[in-house]
Design a protein around this ligand. Structure first.
Ligand code: HEM
Length: 485
């Protein structure tokens, strides 16, 4: 048997005084303590932070994120560290996730351990009782009401109203020399959002009043949260109060008339009247959620519509194929002397795939935020309580493992359904988007009339992205529109 240091010590101990023994006894105790601690809490050893850099104290990697293109910021780190990595942005330590499986844990299976998180200034502006900021029974109650207002069976009734809006907008485009696609799409999506929350009976003056206040709110939302007289933030907070007042009057009118009325507002008022309904919404909860839904509905849809026009312009063969598909439907409509129907929109397979691919390629919500409500262990890594967690939708949408040749605009890839949890333009889990069907319907109705009556040409430089805050083509994609024939 080979001699070991321990056996040597036992066989022939050197003559030591008590004083010289003390350090060795201390060292031995330390080793024993460490060994016991290690064996009794094996999980602690696994609890290491994900790889990555926290950058400089306080500023972390914020400057790098803002000076690099955000997409390469994420993808470079993914290449270096893997599908879960840490960073530090805007004063917050964060864990970024580009694995569909881990993103699913955060958003779906372990979602109770991660709460939604937004800057306090944004919460104040939208209204702290809006659905986005909540979890648990209040969130579920709201989600059920909002979802039922935006189910296909409900929104199919608004097809004629959406078509009316399109038919009002398109002729005005023809008469302008140049139009700013994003601005026009915003107006369109705003009007659709308004009929979905208030129904079709809002007076024109009420509509205009709300629109003005909304524009002011939006400017403040995208500005520095500096609450001083005259700042956009300050003006936005005033506009927000004005919106509350407008809503209060609309609700009052509906109550006086004895009718809950249409749209999401009607759904909220009706649910308050239901017998046995434990959760009643007060006026500020109703206001925060009406304003929140309009907010969530219009800029998102407008940005995707702007990308749609850009991608179709860049791919003339696709535009021809979409036009052909739409022309067949138009012929049937004209023959029957009718407007577009919900059923027509279900017979647009190619146009639908173009929309799906636009949602992937544009990935206007590049990621979402959550915050760990306790220490969470994931894939052997520790996500400490209070850290932000960001599932990176865009990085997943641009992974060649799930979407071969991700930089190619190729709607045919959607002839086969994407792998589960790899395609998340509308999020995933409890907070996923309740308005996805409405957004797609708006796009289909607009594309039907646009492609069968008009053609468009992009003006000036058409490569480049701007963040408003969603990524959109540079300068909002100025275009020139002409009649098709
Ligand atoms: C193309 C357009 C749209 C896109 C890309 C989009 C995308 C998203 C995404 C990714 C989320 C999840 C955010 C998260 O998990 O943190 C979300 C949530 C939400 N969206 Fe949309 N959305 C669109 C249009 C709409 C429309 C038309 C409505 C109108 C009803 C709407 C209402 C909402 C609401 C209320 C939530 C919050 C849900 C919750 O917290 O439970 N969105 N949207």
């Amino acid at each position: 048997m080979l001699p070991s240091p321990i056996s040597d010590l036992v066989v022939s101990p050197p003559p030591l005084s008590l004083l010289t023994l003390l350090p060795s006894v201390f060292l031995l105790m330390l080793i024993v303590y460490t060994l016991i601690h290690h064996h009794m809490q094996p999980e602690k050893k696994l609890r290491r932070l994900p790889p990555g850099s926290l950058g400089w104290p306080y500023i972390g990697e914020t400057l790098k994120l803002y000076t690099e293109n955000p997409n390469s910021f994420f993808s470079n780190r993914e290449k270096r560290y893997g599908k879960i990595f840490k960073t530090h942005i805007l004063g917050c330590p964060c864990v970024m996730i580009s694995s569909p499986e881990i993103a699913k844990m955060v958003l779906v299976t372990e979602s109770h351990m991660f709460k939604p998180t937004y800057p306090p200034s944004k919460e104040k502006m939208i209204g702290p009782e809006a659905i986005f900021f909540h979890q648990g029974p209040y969130h579920s109650h709201l989600k059920k009401l909002i979802q039922s207002s935006f189910l296909p069976s409900t929104i199919k009734r608004s097809v004629p109203q959406i078509e009316d809006i399109v038919l009002r907008f398109l002729p005005t485009w023809e008469h302008k020399n140049t139009i700013n696609t994003l601005q026009e799409m915003k107006m369109y999506a705003f009007e659709v959002a308004m009929i979905s929350v208030f129904g079709n009976k809002l007076e024109a003056t009420e509509m205009e009043g709300i629109k003005g206040l909304y524009q002011c709110l939006e400017k403040g939302y995208n500005s520095m949260p500096l609450d001083l007289p005259g700042t956009p933030f300050n003006k936005a907070m005033k506009a927000r109060k004005g919106l509350n007042e407008k809503l209060r009057r609309i609700i009052e009118k509906r109550k006086e008339s004895g009718e809950n009325g249409e749209g999401l507002l009607g759904e909220f008022l009706l649910s308050n009247e239901k017998e046995g309904m434990k959760m009643k919404m007060n006026e500020s909860q109703i206001a925060d959620n009406i304003i929140g839904v309009i907010f969530a509905a219009h800029d998102t849809t407008a940005s995707v519509l702007t990308w749609l026009l850009k991608y179709l312009h860049h791919h003339p063969h696709l535009l021809d194929a979409v036009r052909k598909e739409q022309e067949e439907i138009r012929c049937k409509r004209v023959e029957a002397n009718r407007g577009i129907t919900w059923e027509d929109t279900r017979c647009m397979p190619l146009t639908t795939r173009v929309i799906q691919e636009t949602l992937r390629a544009a990935s206007i919500l590049s990621f979402t935020y959550r915050e760990a409500v306790e220490d969470v262990e994931m894939e052997g890594y520790l996500i400490p309580k209070g850290w932000k967690v960001l599932p990176l939708f865009r990085t997943i949408h641009y992974s060649s493992d799930f979407f071969p040749h991700p930089n190619k605009f190729d709607p045919s890839r959607f002839q086969v359904s994407p792998r589960p949890n790899t395609y998340m333009p509308f999020g995933n889990g409890a907070h996923s988007c309740p308005g996805s069907d409405l957004a797609k319907l708006e796009m289909l109705v607009l594309l039907h009339h646009l492609t069968t009556t008009l053609r468009w040409e992009v003006i000036g430089e058409d490569d480049g992205i701007q963040y408003v805050p969603f990524p959109v083509p540079l300068h909002g994609l100025p275009i020139k529109v002409r009649p098709l024939n």
